[in-house]
Ligand binder design. Sequence first.
Ligand code: DGL
Length: 236
Amino acid sequence: MNKSIGIFDSGIGGLTTLKEIRRILPNEDYIYYADSKNNPFGEKSKKELDKIVHNIINELLKYNVKLIVIACNTVTTKFINTLRKDYPNILFVGVEPAIKVACDNDYKNILLMATPNTISSQRTKELINKNKKEKQNIYLLPCEGLANAIENNDKKRISRILNDNLNKYKNCNIDSIVLGCTHYPIIKNDIKKYFKTIKIVDGNKGTAKRVKHLLKESNLLNNKKEKGSIKFIQTR
Ligand code: DGL
């Protein structure tokens, strides 16, 4: 029997990742776990998050999934190595800030928007050290409250947070923004309005390609011809 791909986030943000994966793997079946009850992950302590994340993985494993996508930059940057050690037989693919993509495209002034936990992570520092060229600037912007406002579709709070955070970059010649949280592509058009010309990148495409590559390599691709299903589980 064909197994499903498990995918999770602190709510609806990871649906932006699921969309990219389904674009290139439409025949796969998916189980999407939206842990809205525990949103925001990006502002929780490591200890709290550790418990939450292990609970989610254990839930997904009940469905006998063949691979788990961490559709959350916060969990990927803080936990993917721990998870690989704790669950050595599970294939994990995570979304992380697309700093490499922005640097490889030679943008000069790059703004990284992400949760406080992602911004402060060791992995984000490594990605910058590895990819930033001498003439490039990377501005780090922890957007406290933004993922939660998006999760709750609180338009007033979203625009207040964007005003407070983005106005100060208006004169920095920002030419690209890395959306380092899977919730942020949902409000991409609102973010665009603060800049004249801007290129926006996120990690979802890279993650989708990696999922396909890993499944192919492991001989786990679904061989059915019809469109796959999505099972949606949400905590509240
Ligand atoms: N969407 C997640 C991320 O990419 C988590 C946001 C949050 O819950 O703070 O980081």
